[in-house]
Design a protein around this ligand. Structure first.
Ligand code: UDP
Length: 469
C-alpha cells in the first residue's frame, strides 16, 4: 500500500525580522506538532547579520527547507513608505517564487503568505493549491485591516466603529493613513481586499485572549459579510529560549540577579527614541532604583523606525554614552546593563530574574512577554503598536503605560520612574502582575493538544491534507 505523503506547506516571509521570526515559528509548529513538510521562502531586504544567523540556525535544525529568493534591488528614495517598500520587494520576488515552486518534485499543497505577501495568493491559485494569509499580529488588527476598504469616510476625531469589536481610535487612522488619495492608502486597501479572498486567515492570537473580536470575525451579523475567509487563531507562536548555558554576557549577568528584580527595556528590531527621550529614560531608570537591561539604538530624532533597516551590531555601548546624563553608566554600573547590540530577547524574557518589560509593543515582543507571564510597560512607536498597547492596558490588564505613539513631547523621568516602580514593586502593580501570570497559563492551554489553537491549526492541516486526495 502506498504511504500517503505528508501535506507540504510553503510559507512566504516578507523582509524584516519581525516578519521572518513568526513565519519560522509557524513552519516549526507545522512540522513538529502537525507532521507536515515545510519550505520557508524568504525575501530579504538589506544584508543583516542577525537575519543571517537566524536563517543559519533554522537551517541547522533540519526541520524544514529554507529558500532565500534572489536578492532584490532594495534601494528606494528615502521618502518611500515602509509598506510600499515591502510590497515592491515581494512583487519583485514573485517570478523567483513561481519558478521555485514549479521546479519542486514534491509540490506544496498550500502556500501561506504573511500580511505583505498577499499578492502571491494569485500564484497559489495558478498552481491549484490552498492559500492562507498568516497575520503575525492580533485579531483586532486583522479586523481593522480587513474592514479597512469598507470603512467609508472616517469622521475627524471620531473613533472608527468596527462591528462587534472595540472601536479603533481615530488617531490610528490619522497617523497611518493621513491621506485617502495617497499611494500607501490604496496599497493597504488592496492588501485588505486580498486578505479576504484567501482560503483562510491564520492569526497569532488565541481564543481565550481575544474571544470577542474572534467571535465577530466569524459571526454572520458582524464582520463576516466583509471578511469571508475562515479565521483560525493559532497562537501564541513564539521562539523558544535556547537551553541554559548561553554565553551571552547579559544572561551571565542575569544569572547573578535576584528573581523578578530586573526590568527589560527594548524597542524591537529597530525602534528608536529621540535624544531627549533617551536622556529622560536614563534618568527614569536610575530614579526607579530597579535593576535593568536596556537595549538601545542611537537616537534619530525624526523617525521612530529609523534603525529598522540598519545593518545592526555596528554601534557599541560606549559610543552611546554621549546620549546619557553625565555619570549615568558609572552610577548604574552595579544595577544596569546597557547594550546596543541585538539582545537574546527570548532568553532574557524567559529568565527568572526578569520582572517587567518596557516594550514598544510589537506583537512578537508582546507575545514573548505574555508567554512568560511578564507584565509590560507600554511604549508604542510605530505601525499598529498603539492598538497593541491599548489592548494590553485596557483589555488584557497586564500593562501600564502609554497607548499612543510619541507626540513630540518627551515622557518625563518621574513618569518613567513611577511606571517602572508600579510594574516591578509597588502594590498598585499587584493586579497586572497576577493577570500576566493568568494569561501565561491561558496561552499554554491554547497550544496543548486539544487546546483551541492546536485544534485550529489541525483543521488547517486537514484541509491541506484533503487537497492531496
Ligand atoms: N528581538 C531580539 N533582540 C533584540 C530586539 C528584538 O531578539 O535586541 C526580537 C524580539 O524577540 C522579537 C522581534 O525581534 O521576536 C521583534 O519583533 P516585534 O514584533 O516585537 O517588533 P518589530 O521589530 O517587528 O517592530
Amino acid at each position: 500500500m502506498a504511504i500517503p505523503s505528508k501535506p507540504h506547506v510553503a510559507l512566504l516571509s516578507s523582509p524584516g525580522l519581525g516578519h521572518l521570526i513568526p513565519v519560522i515559528e509557524l513552519a516549526k509548529r507545522l512540522v513538529t506538532h502537525h507532521s507536515c513538510k515545510a519550505t520557508v521562502f524568504v525575501v530579504t531586504g538589506k544584508p543583516c547579520p542577525v537575519e543571517n544567523q537566524l536563517l543559519q540556525s533554522a537551517a541547522a535544525s533540519n526541520l524544514f527547507d529554507i529558500a532565500v529568493l534572489p536578492h532584490v534591488n532594495a534601494t528606494f528614495p528615502p521618502e518611500t513608505e515602509v509598506l510600499t517598500r515591502l510590497l515592491l520587494m515581494i512583487q519583485e520576488a514573485l517570478p523567483a517564487l513561481h519558478s521555485s515552486i514549479a521546479s519542486m518534485t514534491h509540490r506544496p499543497t498550500a502556500l501561506i503568505v504573511d500580511l505583505f505577501g498577499t499578492e502571491a495568493i494569485k500564484l497559489a491559485r495558478e498552481f491549484g493549491i490552498k492559500n492562507y494569509v498568516f497575520i503575525a499580529s492580533n485579531a483586532w488588527f486583522l479586523a481593522f485591516a480587513a474592514y479597512f476598504p469598507h470603512m467609508g469616510k472616517v469622521e475627524k476625531n471620531e473613533p472608527v466603529k468596527l462591528p462587534g469589536c472595540n472601536p479603533i481610535p481615530y488617531r490610528i487612522i490619522e497617523e497611518t493613513f493621513p491621506n485617502p488619495d495617497s499611494r500607501v492608502y490604496h496599497e493597504f486597501s488592496r492588501v485588505a481586499v486580498e486578505i479576504s479572498t484567501a482560503d483562510g486567515i491564520l492569526v497569532n492570537t488565541w481564543e481565550d485572549l481575544e474571544g470577542r473580536t474572534l467571535g465577530s470575525l466569524k459571526a454572520e451579523e458582524f464582520l463576516k459579510p466583509k471578511i469571508k475567509s475562515p479565521v483560525y487563531a493559532i497562537g501564541p507562536l513564539v521562539r523558544q529560549a535556547r537551553p541554559a548555558g548561553s554565553k551571552s554576557a547579559l544572561i551571565e549577568w542575569l544569572n547573578k540577579q535576584p528573581n523578578r528584580s530586573v526590568i527589560y527595556v527594548s524597542f524591537g528590531s529597530g525602534g528608536t527614541l529621540t535624544a531627549q527621550q533617551t536622556m529622560e529614560m536614563a534618568w527614569g531608570l536610575e530614579l526607579s532604583q530597579q535593576r535593568f537591561i536596556w537595549v538601545i539604538r542611537p537616537p534619530i530624532d525624526y523617525d521612530a523606525t529609523a534603525s529598522l533597516e540598519s545593518e545592526d551590531d555596528k554601534n557599541d555601548g560606549d559610543a552611546m554614552s554621549k546620549y546619557f546624563p553625565a555619570g549615568f553608566l558609572t552610577r548604574t554600573r552595579d544595577i544596569g546593563m546597557v547594550t546596543s547590540h541585538w539582545a537574546p530577547q527570548v532568553e532574557i524574557l524567559g529568565h527568572l530574574a526578569i520582572g517587567g518589560f518596557l516594550s514598544h509593543c510589537g506583537w512578537n515582543s508582546t507575545l514573548e512577554s505574555l508567554v512568560n507571564g511578564i507584565p509590560i510597560i507600554t511604549w508604542p512607536l510605530y505601525a499598529e503598536q498603539d492598538m497593541n498597547a491599548t489592548m494590553l492596558v485596557c483589555d488584557f490588564e497586564v500593562a501600564t503605560g502609554r497607548t499612543a505613539k510619541p507626540s513630540g513631547v518627551a515622557v518625563g523621568r518621574n513618569e518613567i520612574e513611577r511606571m517602572v516602580r508600579k510594574v516591578m514593586v509597588e502594590n498598585d502593580g499587584d493586579a497586572i502582575r497576577s493577570r500576566a501570570k493568568e494569561l501565561q497559563r491561558s496561552g499554554e492551554r491554547a497550544l496543548e493538544v486539544g487546546g483551541s489553537s492546536y485544534e485550529a491549526l489541525s483543521r488547517v492541516v486537514e484541509e491541506c491534507d484533503m487537497s492531496l486526495i
